[in-house]
Design a protein around this ligand. Structure first.
Ligand SMILES: [Fe+2]
Length: 281
């Protein structure tokens, strides 16, 4: 699988600063007092006019408890994105416009034109417009969290493919889907899917780790939903402490070369995000 360098990062420096200020309960004014960076520079960065130098970035990272190297890389437009080649199964990222943004779902290829679907996009039409021609059957659907942009197409996809095995995070409810909790495993041929319970962005959120039992030494895949993005994290709407704790826990629980496939933005790896993600301090 080729990496997709043309896919822009989901969050720019300003988005990361805004999320981190909300986590820390700081305003541009109180962050300025704490960091010594002029409030105008912080406001400009939040408004996507970043002119912060490396020293100011370092002071902001320290004041917000962020990863300094990753924050400076974002500020200079040089956030590293590793390749995502060498997986033992095919992955089709399905990128769908929703509102002012773009949301990702993924098909992971099994045998004979069949596969597993992770998240379902905002609706049946959106999913159909980007559907990979080689995939004719779906044997399991896994939803990271119940939000319109990630789960709006669930009922349509279940109906279209006659899927009997659809899963949502334990505690969440959706028609025609069953709960999947921490450590639960689903197997289909050589594909194995293990759930991580990862509240933070919302209360009921799962990540899914996909491995191949046919090639146990090969790279694996982590479907990360809105827990972690390349260079950022989902909005901490439920609990920022849980979000950051689960982000670190899950990235450290899988091998460093694991390909991370987020709900928004480009793919990355677990090792890359442990090293550079601003929210892994
Ligand atoms: Fe989302």
């Amino acid at each position: 699988m080729k990496s997709h360098p043309q896919v822009p990062l989901e969050d720019e420096l300003g988005d990361v600063l805004e999320k981190a200020m909300s986590c820390a309960g700081l305003t541009p004014e109180t962050l300025s007092e704490r960091s010594g960076v002029p409030v105008s520079g912080i406001r400009d960065a939040v408004d996507y006019r970043p002119e912060l130098g490396p020293d100011e970035c370092r002071r902001l990272a320290a004041a917000l408890g962020l990863n300094e190297v990753g924050l400076c890389a974002l500020a200079s437009g040089k956030y590293p994105l590793p390749d995502s080649e060498g997986l033992p199964f095919r992955v089709w990222p399905l990128r769908m416009a929703h509102g002012i943004g773009v949301v990702n779902a993924y098909v992971v290829g099994g045998e004979g034109g069949r596969g597993l679907l992770f998240d379902t996009g905002p609706g049946e039409g959106a999913l159909e417009a980007v559907w990979p021609g080689h995939v004719h059957g779906i044997d399991g659907i896994f939803v990271t969290h119940i939000e319109a942009e990630h789960a709006g197409g669930l009922v349509g996809a279940v109906g279209r493919f006659g899927v009997s095995q659809a899963f949502v995070p334990a505690g969440a409810e959706a028609a025609s889907a069953r709960p999947m909790g921490e450590g639960e495993v689903f197997s289909l041929g050589a594909l194995r899917v293990t759930a991580f319970r990862t509240p933070g962005h919302c209360a009921m959120h799962n990540c899914y780790h996909v491995t191949s039992t046919a090639v146990p030494s090969a790279r694996s895949l982590l479907i990360s939903g809105d827990l972690v993005f390349a260079g950022s994290a989902g909005g901490p709407y439920h609990c920022h402490k849980q979000l950051r704790a689960h982000l670190r826990r899950v990235l450290a629980a899988v091998p460093p070369d694991t390909v991370v496939a987020p709900g928004h933005g480009p793919m990355t790896t677990a090792g890359n995000e442990l090293r550079y993600n601003p929210f892994v301090a």
